[in-house]
Design a protein around this ligand. Structure first.
Ligand code: URA
Length: 436
């Protein structure tokens, strides 16, 4: 059938629904370069204003998922499971959840991303372990999953090229924040990555992509519907990102904190969320018989040290230096460390999470632009969090960097990120909703 991009823009502008054929035609045409940026941008803006139907969203997801390689995980013996977080500050959950799931018998073949802006990425965090390889060929990747139950690598060159190109265009045309487009973009990558079970951690609050709780719920419902529609087992947890997760922000600092949790210590919020996420993976996959059974299995995997052993096996298989895993003091230390002290007295009532991510980026732990390099030892450790009482002069955070000049700006942002009051305030629950 003869199609013209002009007509598809016109159709979407009039808020009419596009067919599956039309959507696959435009995704294919844009990916190949037959449809120019200006026409695709006009179509995306029409979607932004008029939204897309559930059918259109599914067609878009499938067209983008199939635009490149669909990872074939059939060589993996057992049930494959994946988790995805919509991103936040201090979110090192994959480093703990994947080993817990593997310790309980699931097979975690995970492709993760890098950090940008105020949010971090699992691949950067893992690369703070000296020698750790995040690029493996497919057979080595599958063999790692079969051998140890988990393997985490970066996104390979030809997974969802359509999403890569469309996302980059959205980024420059103010069309990122459309729930239908976000759901399609994330789920196209998850479907192409091949796992049978997918647990989505949709974050909400000041440090999250979805600032409003109702938006996070809407996004989660759409993604779960897409996943189930594509024949995967899928659920989502809506979790709080109005406060950084744990205390550490920055790559090596976060790996060290994850290791603490894997060794039975570490902050309680991080430990709780990791248990819930891995329990969700165990429950939807059918490995656990009930929610309680799943929670018990996940807790036991942590307490017995089995999850830590799985993490260690993954690091060894992927060429990482085990001496830093066994003794985290061996991680390279930042050249400079500086305390941030409070000028005021009172209970911490809020920490502006986005600003903590930005301060960490300024210290060198993150990228402002994709091509920026990062300082693995840079970042922040929060010494006070919501509900803690602070006296004048108390240390509220520690900043780490190799670049002495970054302290002034980062310290100012961090100090202003803290809000104080005369009374402690109730904090939001860590897990707000579960979308099945
Ligand atoms: N993350 C993605 O992968 N895609 C989006 O559209 C937004 C966030």
């Amino acid at each position: 059938m003869y199609m013209r991009m002009y007509d598809l823009i016109e159709k979407k502008k009039r808020n009419e629904e596009l067919t599956e054929k039309e959507i696959s035609w435009l995704v294919e045409g844009y990916t190949k370069g037959d449809i120019p940026d200006y026409q695709m941008a006009a179509w995306l803006m029409a979607v932004y204003f008029n939204g897309c139907s559930d059918d259109e969203m599914t067609f878009l997801t499938m067209a983008m998922a199939h635009s490149g390689d669909m990872l074939d995980l059939s060589g993996i013996e057992g049930i494959t499971a994946d988790k995805h977080s919509t991103g936040g500050v201090g979110d090192k959950t994959t480093l703990i959840v994947a080993p817990i799931a593997a310790a309980c018998g699931l097979k975690v073949a995970k492709m993760s991303g890098r950090g940008l802006g105020h949010t971090g990425g699992t691949i950067d965090k893992l690369e703070s372990i000296p020698g750790f390889k995040t690029t493996l060929d497919k057979d080595t990747f599958i063999e790692g999953v079969n051998k140890n139950g988990l393997c985490v690598i970066g996104q390979s060159g030809n997974i969802t090229p359509a999403d890569k190109k469309i996302y980059a265009l959205r980024d420059t045309t103010a069309t990122v924040d459309s729930i239908g487009l976000i759901a399609s973009s994330i789920m196209s990558k998850k479907l192409a990555a091949g796992s049978e079970c997918i647990v989505l951690d949709v974050k909400t609050g000041s440090g999250a992509f979805m600032k409003e709780h109702n938006q996070a719920v809407e996004l989660a419902k759409k993604m779960v519907a897409i996943g189930k529609g594509a024949g995967r087992k899928c659920c989502a947890l809506i979790t709080d990102m109005d406060i950084p997760l744990g205390n550490a922000i920055g790559n090596a600092l976060e790996v060290k904190e994850a290791l603490k949790v894997l060794k039975g210590e570490g902050p309680d919020d991080l430990r709780q969320i990791c248990i819930r996420l891995s329990a969700a993976m165990l429950e939807i996959s059918g490995v656990a018989k009930s929610e309680q059974d799943a929670m018990d299995m996940a807790t036991k995997a942590l307490e017995s040290g089995k999850a830590f052993e799985k993490f260690r096996e993954m690091v060894e298989y992927q060429g990482g230096d085990l001496s830093v895993i066994d003794n985290p003091d061996n991680f390279k230390k930042a050249v400079y460390c500086k305390e941030v002290k409070s000028d005021v007295e009172g209970y911490v009532t809020r920490i502006k999470t986005n600003d903590c991510g930005t301060a960490s980026m300024i210290l060198g732990a993150g990228r402002e632009k994709k091509e920026d390099t990062i300082d693995m030892s840079a970042g922040i450790v929060l010494c006070k969090k919501n509900g803690d009482y602070v006296h004048k002069g108390d240390v509220i955070a520690l900043m780490y960097t190799d670049n002495n000049n970054s302290f002034e700006t980062a310290g100012r942002i961090l100090k202003n990120a803290y809000e104080f009051g005369n009374n402690p305030v109730d904090t939001a629950p860590l897990i707000m909703d579960v979308i099945l």
